[in-house]
Design a binder for this molecule. Structure first.
Ligand code: NAP
Length: 675
């Protein structure tokens, strides 16, 4: 008898006291594992996540969590040979496994890198600007994101046993939310193996990730308002989960990635045999055969101008005829097996239903003789583009339908008949066509790829969700939004509008807010290291009179002789200035001269400015004063220095702000003393 898959909950591996249901290899139909979660302590798992995993994550900053994910990604890559070997039993070719395994680890590494670069070394995120809510500036508002105190329950589809859980784990983990992973039964053995290596690595805090091999349904009744469900699978299951009494009653956050009738559109500008024509056909065949078409993002509907239908079908048939299916060891293979014989039967049933309005032009509904869930690719031609079937039936396998259209307006309408999809691609050589179609179909899609001869070489392709871009789609596609860089992290957090005085907002957000305390203690802040600086440390420089000579000198020295700085008559006619004004960059440069402390010290470099605005024109004889205040201090773990953001406010003799901006510097950490 094959091995019973284990779950990992409450800090232990758990074996159900049952035989379990058999799970079969897609390649030869042999029993590869058994699965059962009977007797599993679901309530304990949820409680463990909340009481052990959550606090352990809360003790780590975004940067700490990112460092753990990075190490985990590198560790998993070192083990990937055994993952590839087991992955073959799912029907995957090595190319398919690359999408799943390397794609999953790549997503971890991408999130690790983004989080270090784009999130602070803390546990909260500030969202947007401070809002002034009263007349004098003593009552302000600031949106903040904090980690929810719940658990993210993933319920995944069979087709990506590795990527499917890592792409959801990465943003949740960075957000500080513990995760319980529930893989699809059919391929859970691969998820279990990768998970085992994660637990053995000891890199993730206890309770931050748990695994349930078996049924996911009993988890739902233990979930509450701080928890979320991230579902990938069929629209039917999504409906069942979304309407579960506990989910409805407790306001559990629910996000779904479901069926999708993704479109690929050949632009009306394309001629037969052109480079774009070849790109379109090649991409169609790649999407039909990668993962044996079992990709949520695969092309199901290929829209082609009526006049090019025959040519596209002939070219696609030529490529499809070269496709070899069989176990991965077969020479020249490009397509593996479907995940199971049952899945193949479902696909064939869908093809039969499509046949009401479409004819098969390549492949057949007779599966090949022999073991394994193999099937040749099937290409259909739609006889009537107004028919319902091709826009409603999703054959989750190596199947696509070519559908004709007359003009841009019609193809936009036809694409929308998918009722919301994950992705569409448009192949065109005309930017105006691209614009019309992209703007027409965007409301129905989570991602749109425009493919042409310029980007084709570098393009990651129609079917590849990327960590930095949104994955998800409206309507029938589930209405969810995963990935998309830091956006996905913020989806796991709670956004709260905090109202209060400047001092309170400075304390809550760990970022100095105008109106709160500014300290001038007699030591220039540039003489303080990262350990000595505190929010609100301030230096005031000036006043300094700006002369006409200064402006003329700056114009000549830099070459910026724009008339407003050099030509009195033309400047006088300018409706905004009414005379010669100083260059904005002169103002910023003079301000630097007023606040800088020149001697070598803890300040190592100025690496930029943010949010620079010139608010009031500066004229000759105006007197400038600058107030520079420590706004945010971000130590870097992997360096002897950290980042200090300074609030700069340059004012004139009337106390009006003439320029405001943030100065960004690198400042040394305290020197280590050897005792
Ligand atoms: P499925 O039957 O809906 O199953 C998906 C997951 O839900 C599996 O883990 C399954 O567990 C679980 N499940 C089923 N009933 C449940 C219940 N009552 N309570 C809790 N969990 C339950 O989908 P599938 O056949 O695996 O996947 C194929 C479908 O997924 C296709 O329609 C495809 O379009 C869609 N899909 C969408 C995306 C996307 O990103 N949009 C990606 C991949 C697939 P068991 O395996 O244990 O039954």
């Amino acid at each position: 008898m094959s091995r019973l898959l284990q779950s990992y909950v409450t800090g232990n591996w758990y074996s159900a006291p049952a035989e379990g249901s058999p799970v079969y290899s897609a390649v030869d139909g042999s029993e590869i594992a058994r699965i059962s979660s009977s007797g599993l302590d679901y309530a304990g798992a949820v409680d463990h996540a909340r009481s052990i995993g959550g606090p352990a994550l809360a003790a780590l900053t975004f940067h700490d969590r990112a460092a753990a994910l990075k190490q985990l990604g590198q560790t998993l890559l070192a083990d990937k040979t055994e993952f590839y070997e087991l992955s073959r039993a799912t029907g995957a070719t090595d190319r398919d496994s690359g999408i799943d395994i390397d794609g999953g680890v790549g997503t971890l590494l991408s999130y690790a890198s983004r989080a270090r670069r784009e999130l602070p070394h803390s546990t909260t995120v500030l969202d947007g600007n401070v809002e002034k809510l009263g007349k004098t500036g003593t009552f302000l508002g600031q949106h903040i994101y904090t980690s929810r105190r719940g658990v993210a329950v993933q319920i995944n589809a069979f087709n990506f046993p590795v990527w499917g859980f890592l792409e959801k784990l990465a943003p949740a983990f960075i957000a500080g939310l513990p995760t319980i992973v529930k893989p699809a039964g059919q391929t859970a053995y691969l998820t279990e193996l990768v998970f085992r290596r994660i637990v053995e690595s000891g890199l993730l805090p206890e309770g931050s990730v748990q695994l349930v091999c078996g049924s996911g349904q009993p988890l739902l009744e233990h979930l509450g308002g701080q928890d979320s469900i991230l579902f990938t699978g069929s629209a039917g299951t999504a409906r069942v989960l979304r309407t579960h009494p506990a989910v409805v009653a407790n306001g559990v956050r629910f996000s779904a990635e479901t069926d999708s009738l993704n479109a690929s559109i050949l632009g009306p500008d394309i001629t037969s045999g052109s480079d774009e024509f070849e790109l379109f056909v090649k991409q169609l065949v790649v999407e039909m055969t990668a993962k044996a078409g079992q990709k949520c993002t695969a092309i199901r509907r290929a829209f082609v101008p009526h006049a090019l239908m025959d040519d596209v079908i002939a070219a696609a048939k030529q490529r499809l005829a070269k496709v070899v299916t069989g176990p991965d060891a077969t020479e020249g293979i490009v397509m593996g097996a479907l995940v199971s014989v049952e899945q193949r039967d479902e696909v064939l049933q869908a093809v039969r239903a499509l046949s009401k309005s479409c004819e098969i032009v390549f492949g057949s509904t007779e599966p090949p003789v022999g073991p394994g869930a193999y099937l040749s690719p099937i290409l259909l031609r739609c006889k009537d583009n107004a028919a319902e079937e091709p826009h409603e039936i999703e054959p989750f396998g190596p199947v696509a339908t070519v559908i004709g259209y007359d003009d841009t307006a019609e193809v936009i309408d036809l694409a929308a008949r998918g009722q919301g999809s994950l992705v569409a691609s448009v192949v065109t050589g005309d930017s105006a066509v691209a614009r019309d179609i992209v703007l027409g179909i965007a409301p129905y899609h989570g991602r749109v790829l425009v493919l042409d001869t310029v980007d084709a070489k570098e393009s990651t392709g129609h079917g590849s969700p990327l960590p930095v871009l949104v994955h998800g789609g409206p309507g029938r596609a589930g209405g969810g939004e995963e990935l998309g860089g830091i956006r996905a992290v913020l989806h796991h957090m709670q956004r709260t509008a905090v109202q209060g005085s400047p001092e309170v907002l400075t304390a809550v957000g760990d970022r100095w807010v105008a109106g709160s305390r500014q300290t001038e203690d007699g030591t220039h802040p540039f003489r303080k290291d990262l350990g000595q600086l505190v929010l609100g440390d301030t230096i005031v420089g000036g006043p300094r009179r700006v002369t006409l000579d200064d402006i003329a000198h700056f114009a000549e020295f830099t070459g910026d002789t724009f008339y407003a700085h050099t030509d009195p008559d033309a400047a006088a006619a300018n409706p905004l200035f009414g005379g010669i004004v100083a260059h904005g960059y002169l103002v910023v440069s003079l301000a630097a001269g007023l606040f800088v402390d020149p001697a070598p010290g803890p300040v190592l470099a100025n690496f930029g400015v943010d949010n620079l605005r010139f608010l009031t024109p500066v004229k000759a004889d105006d007197e400038l004063t600058v107030t520079l205040t420590v706004k945010q201090i971000t130590p870097r773990d992997n360096a002897d220095y950290g980042e200090v953001r300074w609030d700069a406010n340059v004012t004139n003799q009337n106390d009006e702000s003439v320029a405001t901006y943030d100065v960004l510097t690198l400042v040394s950490k305290p020197k280590k003393t050897i005792s």
